[in-house]
Write a protein that binds this ligand. Structure first.
Ligand code: GUN
Ligand code: ZN
Length: 440
């Protein structure tokens, strides 16, 4: 980036570190990223003013500016977790089942407890702290069917000024009564929550039908109606995760060409629609994902843990579909985006595909922002963007220190980081410029 004189610019904070951010997708650009080994990030009121070389700016900094020195650490834009479930935090790592049995045995009973606001508040606070501890600053988050659970997660995010996308789960069939709503109540509750939270500060509301098997046709209609009535809403759901699930959807909706076509029929495919998994899609489905502007949330730890299958990153790339990386806690087994990239790499290896470190960290930052349609305000350090960022310690463990000593390039360092790193590597996480988490 060009280092223009700083002297006349309003700024209140400067941060010294190494910096890496993406300006474009490494798949399509040879100059997709910028790395500054000894850099300075200048902020004003929580937004980026400029990013440049330390040597050029050190003697120009305005008097009284707050300088934070993270020399020796690597700063990146905060990570995006494009699909996760905060109520499932307490049942993460539950043994021995694939999707449909896992939902019945662990998920529904756990989610049933979230009518209790104080339990929801405590889980939401813990969840947000876990995000920050892992350098995740933006997430697409499922609540439960209970409106209280949505209030709890948005309140927890608001306290920290975090940009979260969330919404009330809609499900009115094929699940125990204690975890079901109705088409009518899901409409009324969603409207109340949209009016209370959508676009209040950094909160964004997502219409959240759990997945096609647990919504009646009438409820899927309601989801489409909400999207049309309130512009700017998100839509989040699950699709084509597991073979038994796909077969079940074919039985429930015999008139639809495919699982994805069920959602398409109810006009639930478009910009700001985020679909988790997308493992068992076909060519026509991928064309629809691409042309509609919907995004895939790639959930490798969940897909391996639940034995769901291997997502084909190359098929999605070939169709130029928006892709984000996602933990899918608690089907997923880690809050760490670094560990999620590790598993993503291995999923690609199993299919003879490759996930380069630069592509991986693009997916975790600018790619995530693009898949959530937040790239005009987040995802890199362009001037004017909101200063959510993670401070990474690449020598957090003895093993990493040894491995990094031999790393020959920033690519090599990043690859070792995503394979060996986890929350121990997160030295600090900043939201709108403020340090909200510090390892020490
Ligand atoms: N499909 C429907 N609900 C869920 C859920 O909670 N987790 C996962 N992984 N898949 C789902
Ligand atoms: Zn999920």
């Amino acid at each position: 980036m060009n280092n223009a004189p700083l002297l006349d610019t309003q700024c209140d904070k400067a941060i010294r570190a190494s910096f890496l951010h993406f300006i474009a997708d490494p798949d399509t650009s040879h100059q997709a990223w910028e790395y500054i080994e000894d850099g300075l990030l200048i902020l004003n009121k929580g937004r980026v003013v400029a990013l440049g070389e330390m040597s050029e700016w050190l003697d120009q900094l305005p008097d009284g500016i707050e300088l934070t020195d993270y020399s020796g650490k690597l700063i990146m834009p905060g990570f995006f977790d494009t699909h996760t479930h905060y109520p499932q935090t307490d049942m993460i790592a539950s043994y021995g089942a694939q999707l449909l049995e896992w939902l019945e045995k662990y998920t529904f009973p756990t989610e049933g407890r979230f009518s209790d606001r104080s339990l929801a508040d405590s889980a939401a606070d813990f969840f947000c702290e876990q995000l920050l501890r892992n350098g995740t600053t933006t997430a697409g988050v499922f609540a439960t069917i209970h409106p209280e659970s949505v209030d709890a997660i948005f309140a927890a995010a608001q306290k920290r000024d975090m940009c979260l996308v969330s919404g009330k789960v809609m499900m009115d069939r094929n699940a125990p009564a204690f975890i079901c709503d109705t088409a009518e109540s899901s409409y009324e509750d969603s409207v109340t929550l949209i009016q209370r939270w959508h676009q209040k500060g950094r909160a964004r509301y997502a219409v959240t039908p759990r997945f096609a098997p647990t919504s009646s046709e009438q409820q899927l209609e309601v989801a489409g109606t909400l999207l049309r009535e309130y512009p700017g809403l998100y839509l989040q759901s699950h699709v084509a995760e597991n073979h038994d699930e796909v077969a079940w959807v074919a039985k429930l909706f015999p008139q639809r060409r495919s699982y994805l076509d069920v959602y398409d029929h109810y006009r639930l495919l478009g910009e700001r629609s985020i679909y988790a998994h997308c493992i068992h899609l076909d060519e026509a489905d991928r064309v629809r994902m691409s042309e509609s502007g919907a995004a895939i949330a790639f959930c490798p730890t969940s897909n391996l843990f639940l034995g769901s299958g291997l997502f084909s990153l190359d098929d999605a790339r070939q169709h130029d579909i928006r892709i984000g990386i996602a933990t899918d806690v608690g089907g997923g087994t880690s809050f760490s985006i670094l560990q999620t990239l590790n598993e993503a790499y291995k999923v690609c290896q199993m299919a003879g595909q490759s996930l380069s470190p630069m592509k991986a960290f693009y997916l975790a930052t600018l790619g995530g922002a693009r898949s959530m349609y937040l790239d005009s305000q987040l995802g890199n350090f362009e001037p004017g963007k909101e200063a959510d960022f993670v401070v990474l310690d690449l020598a957090a463990t003895a093993l990493m220190k040894r491995r990094m000593a031999l790393a020959e390039s920033i690519e090599d360092q990043l690859f070792a980081l995503m394979m060996l790193g986890d929350d121990r590597c997160v030295a600090a996480t900043h939201i709108m410029g403020l340090c909200l988490y510090s390892r020490n």
